[in-house]
Design a protein around this ligand. Structure first.
Ligand code: ATP
Ligand code: MG
Length: 211
Protein backbone atom coordinates (compact mmCIF):
# COMPACT_ATOMS: atom_id res chain seq x y z
CA UNK A 1 0.00 0.00 0.00
CA UNK A 2 1.40 3.41 -0.99
CA UNK A 3 1.97 5.74 1.95
CA UNK A 4 -0.36 8.69 2.25
CA UNK A 5 1.50 11.88 1.23
CA UNK A 6 0.89 13.37 4.66
CA UNK A 7 2.28 10.36 6.51
CA UNK A 8 5.30 11.34 8.54
CA UNK A 9 8.08 8.82 9.05
CA UNK A 10 9.19 10.01 12.43
CA UNK A 11 6.61 11.85 14.42
CA UNK A 12 7.55 13.75 17.56
CA UNK A 13 5.47 12.54 20.46
CA UNK A 14 5.27 13.99 23.96
CA UNK A 15 4.52 11.54 26.76
CA UNK A 16 3.14 12.92 29.99
CA UNK A 17 2.78 10.38 32.76
CA UNK A 18 0.97 11.20 35.95
CA UNK A 19 -1.44 10.07 38.61
CA UNK A 20 -3.88 12.74 37.37
CA UNK A 21 -5.93 12.52 40.55
CA UNK A 22 -7.27 14.88 39.27
CA UNK A 23 -5.70 16.32 36.09
CA UNK A 24 -5.43 20.12 36.44
CA UNK A 25 -4.50 23.21 34.43
CA UNK A 26 -0.85 22.95 35.54
CA UNK A 27 -0.55 19.65 33.64
CA UNK A 28 -2.39 21.05 30.61
CA UNK A 29 -0.37 24.28 30.41
CA UNK A 30 2.88 22.32 30.74
CA UNK A 31 1.88 19.90 27.97
CA UNK A 32 0.74 22.72 25.70
CA UNK A 33 3.95 24.70 26.27
CA UNK A 34 6.22 21.72 25.58
CA UNK A 35 4.12 20.78 22.51
CA UNK A 36 4.71 24.27 21.14
CA UNK A 37 8.41 24.60 22.06
CA UNK A 38 9.40 21.20 20.68
CA UNK A 39 7.00 21.20 17.72
CA UNK A 40 5.40 17.96 18.90
CA UNK A 41 2.85 16.28 16.67
CA UNK A 42 1.01 14.78 19.64
CA UNK A 43 1.13 14.68 23.43
CA UNK A 44 -0.03 11.42 25.00
CA UNK A 45 -1.21 11.62 28.61
CA UNK A 46 -0.63 8.35 30.44
CA UNK A 47 -2.46 7.93 33.76
CA UNK A 48 -0.62 5.59 36.16
CA UNK A 49 -1.93 2.18 37.10
CA UNK A 50 -3.68 1.45 40.35
CA UNK A 51 -1.15 0.78 43.10
CA UNK A 52 -1.49 -2.89 44.18
CA UNK A 53 -1.29 -2.27 47.92
CA UNK A 54 -2.03 0.69 50.11
CA UNK A 55 0.64 3.27 49.43
CA UNK A 56 1.06 6.43 51.51
CA UNK A 57 -2.29 7.66 50.27
CA UNK A 58 -5.40 6.17 48.71
CA UNK A 59 -5.34 6.85 44.95
CA UNK A 60 -8.69 7.09 43.13
CA UNK A 61 -9.54 4.07 40.96
CA UNK A 62 -7.82 4.19 37.56
CA UNK A 63 -11.03 4.42 35.55
CA UNK A 64 -12.03 7.74 37.17
CA UNK A 65 -8.56 9.18 36.62
CA UNK A 66 -8.50 7.95 33.03
CA UNK A 67 -11.90 9.48 32.23
CA UNK A 68 -11.03 12.83 33.86
CA UNK A 69 -7.91 12.90 31.68
CA UNK A 70 -10.02 12.18 28.58
CA UNK A 71 -12.49 14.93 29.50
CA UNK A 72 -9.69 17.46 30.07
CA UNK A 73 -7.85 16.71 26.81
CA UNK A 74 -10.71 15.92 24.41
CA UNK A 75 -10.93 19.40 22.87
CA UNK A 76 -7.22 19.58 21.95
CA UNK A 77 -6.51 17.98 18.56
CA UNK A 78 -2.90 17.23 19.60
CA UNK A 79 -3.70 15.66 22.98
CA UNK A 80 -4.60 12.02 23.51
CA UNK A 81 -4.77 9.56 26.42
CA UNK A 82 -3.21 6.09 26.61
CA UNK A 83 -4.34 3.18 28.77
CA UNK A 84 -0.98 1.34 28.70
CA UNK A 85 -0.22 1.99 32.37
CA UNK A 86 -3.71 1.39 33.73
CA UNK A 87 -4.03 -1.84 31.74
CA UNK A 88 -0.67 -3.16 33.04
CA UNK A 89 -0.94 -4.73 36.49
CA UNK A 90 1.31 -3.54 39.30
CA UNK A 91 3.12 -0.32 40.03
CA UNK A 92 3.83 1.99 37.10
CA UNK A 93 7.46 2.43 36.09
CA UNK A 94 8.32 4.92 33.34
CA UNK A 95 10.56 2.38 31.60
CA UNK A 96 7.53 0.10 31.09
CA UNK A 97 5.42 3.01 29.83
CA UNK A 98 8.05 3.93 27.26
CA UNK A 99 8.65 0.32 26.19
CA UNK A 100 4.92 -0.26 25.67
CA UNK A 101 4.56 2.96 23.68
CA UNK A 102 7.67 2.08 21.65
CA UNK A 103 5.91 -1.11 20.52
CA UNK A 104 2.89 0.89 19.38
CA UNK A 105 5.00 3.66 17.79
CA UNK A 106 8.23 1.96 16.65
CA UNK A 107 9.49 4.84 14.48
CA UNK A 108 8.55 7.91 16.48
CA UNK A 109 10.64 10.14 18.71
CA UNK A 110 9.53 10.41 22.35
CA UNK A 111 9.76 13.42 24.64
CA UNK A 112 8.92 12.43 28.20
CA UNK A 113 7.49 15.42 30.05
CA UNK A 114 7.89 15.57 33.80
CA UNK A 115 8.02 18.10 36.60
CA UNK A 116 11.58 19.41 36.86
CA UNK A 117 11.49 18.62 40.58
CA UNK A 118 11.25 14.95 39.60
CA UNK A 119 14.23 15.05 37.20
CA UNK A 120 16.99 14.33 39.74
CA UNK A 121 15.10 11.19 40.84
CA UNK A 122 15.23 9.71 37.32
CA UNK A 123 18.68 8.34 38.11
CA UNK A 124 17.03 6.10 40.71
CA UNK A 125 14.24 4.93 38.40
CA UNK A 126 13.95 1.33 37.24
CA UNK A 127 16.41 0.62 34.35
CA UNK A 128 17.50 4.28 34.34
CA UNK A 129 20.30 3.78 31.81
CA UNK A 130 17.82 2.44 29.22
CA UNK A 131 15.50 5.41 29.68
CA UNK A 132 17.78 7.80 27.79
CA UNK A 133 17.66 5.59 24.70
CA UNK A 134 13.88 5.58 24.65
CA UNK A 135 13.14 9.25 25.13
CA UNK A 136 14.35 12.78 25.46
CA UNK A 137 13.41 14.12 28.91
CA UNK A 138 11.78 17.52 29.31
CA UNK A 139 11.59 18.90 32.83
CA UNK A 140 9.01 21.61 33.31
CA UNK A 141 9.79 23.97 36.13
CA UNK A 142 7.23 24.38 38.84
CA UNK A 143 7.05 27.36 41.16
CA UNK A 144 9.24 27.00 44.22
CA UNK A 145 11.44 24.25 42.86
CA UNK A 146 15.04 24.69 41.86
CA UNK A 147 16.38 22.43 39.16
CA UNK A 148 19.26 20.10 39.86
CA UNK A 149 20.28 18.29 36.69
CA UNK A 150 23.73 17.10 37.78
CA UNK A 151 24.31 13.46 36.93
CA UNK A 152 21.77 13.54 34.10
CA UNK A 153 22.95 13.23 30.47
CA UNK A 154 22.76 16.85 29.27
CA UNK A 155 22.06 15.90 25.65
CA UNK A 156 18.94 13.94 26.65
CA UNK A 157 17.47 16.36 29.18
CA UNK A 158 16.01 19.84 28.67
CA UNK A 159 14.47 22.07 31.29
CA UNK A 160 11.62 24.32 30.18
CA UNK A 161 10.13 27.15 32.20
CA UNK A 162 6.35 27.13 32.01
CA UNK A 163 4.14 29.99 33.18
CA UNK A 164 4.14 29.66 36.95
CA UNK A 165 1.17 27.61 38.03
CA UNK A 166 1.05 26.74 41.69
CA UNK A 167 -1.61 24.12 41.08
CA UNK A 168 -1.23 20.60 42.44
CA UNK A 169 -3.63 17.67 42.57
CA UNK A 170 -3.02 17.47 46.32
CA UNK A 171 -4.30 21.02 46.74
CA UNK A 172 -7.32 20.41 44.47
CA UNK A 173 -8.28 17.28 46.47
CA UNK A 174 -7.94 19.14 49.77
CA UNK A 175 -9.98 22.08 48.51
CA UNK A 176 -12.76 19.77 47.37
CA UNK A 177 -12.65 17.92 50.69
CA UNK A 178 -13.17 21.11 52.72
CA UNK A 179 -15.56 22.76 50.24
CA UNK A 180 -13.32 25.49 48.80
CA UNK A 181 -13.86 26.21 45.06
CA UNK A 182 -11.83 24.25 42.52
CA UNK A 183 -13.30 26.04 39.51
CA UNK A 184 -10.58 27.33 37.12
CA UNK A 185 -7.90 25.15 38.72
CA UNK A 186 -9.20 22.18 36.71
CA UNK A 187 -11.29 22.19 33.50
CA UNK A 188 -15.03 22.76 34.06
CA UNK A 189 -15.91 19.25 32.89
CA UNK A 190 -13.51 17.80 35.46
CA UNK A 191 -15.11 19.85 38.28
CA UNK A 192 -18.50 18.47 37.23
CA UNK A 193 -17.15 14.92 36.96
CA UNK A 194 -15.62 15.14 40.46
CA UNK A 195 -19.00 16.28 41.88
CA UNK A 196 -20.93 13.67 39.89
CA UNK A 197 -19.01 10.83 41.56
CA UNK A 198 -18.33 12.55 44.87
CA UNK A 199 -14.56 12.16 44.48
CA UNK A 200 -12.42 13.65 47.29
CA UNK A 201 -15.36 14.62 49.50
CA UNK A 202 -16.30 11.71 51.76
CA UNK A 203 -19.42 13.49 53.04
CA UNK A 204 -20.89 14.24 49.61
CA UNK A 205 -23.25 11.61 48.27
CA UNK A 206 -22.35 10.73 44.68
CA UNK A 207 -25.06 11.41 42.09
CA UNK A 208 -23.92 8.34 40.17
CA UNK A 209 -22.02 5.46 41.75
CA UNK A 210 -19.95 3.92 38.97
CA UNK A 211 -17.62 5.50 36.37
P1 ATP B 1 0.04 15.28 43.58
O1 ATP B 1 -0.16 16.61 44.25
O2 ATP B 1 -1.00 14.25 43.92
O3 ATP B 1 1.45 14.77 43.68
P2 ATP B 1 0.53 16.50 41.00
O4 ATP B 1 -0.19 17.81 40.95
O5 ATP B 1 2.00 16.54 41.27
O6 ATP B 1 -0.22 15.54 42.02
P3 ATP B 1 0.86 14.35 39.15
O7 ATP B 1 -0.24 13.60 38.49
O8 ATP B 1 1.62 13.71 40.23
O9 ATP B 1 0.21 15.73 39.69
O10 ATP B 1 1.83 14.98 38.07
C1 ATP B 1 2.08 14.45 36.80
C2 ATP B 1 3.26 15.21 36.19
O11 ATP B 1 2.94 16.61 36.05
C3 ATP B 1 4.50 15.15 37.07
O12 ATP B 1 5.62 15.05 36.20
C4 ATP B 1 4.48 16.48 37.78
O13 ATP B 1 5.78 16.89 38.16
C5 ATP B 1 3.89 17.41 36.74
N1 ATP B 1 3.16 18.55 37.32
C6 ATP B 1 2.33 18.52 38.36
N2 ATP B 1 1.82 19.74 38.62
C7 ATP B 1 2.35 20.59 37.71
C8 ATP B 1 2.24 22.03 37.46
N3 ATP B 1 1.46 22.82 38.21
N4 ATP B 1 2.95 22.53 36.44
C9 ATP B 1 3.74 21.74 35.69
N5 ATP B 1 3.89 20.41 35.86
C10 ATP B 1 3.21 19.83 36.87
MG1 MG C 1 3.09 14.82 42.10
Amino acid sequence: EAPHPNDQLHRRIGVMGGTFDPIHHGHLVAASEVQHRFGLDEVIFVPTGEPPYKQEREVSPAEYRYLMTVIATASNARFSVSRVDIDRPGLTYTIDTLRDLREIYPDDEFFFITGADVLPQILDWKDASDLWELAHFVGVSRPGHTIASNGLPAERVTVVEVPAMAISSTDVRERERIGVPIWYLVPDGVVQYIRKYGLYSPSRIPRVSQP
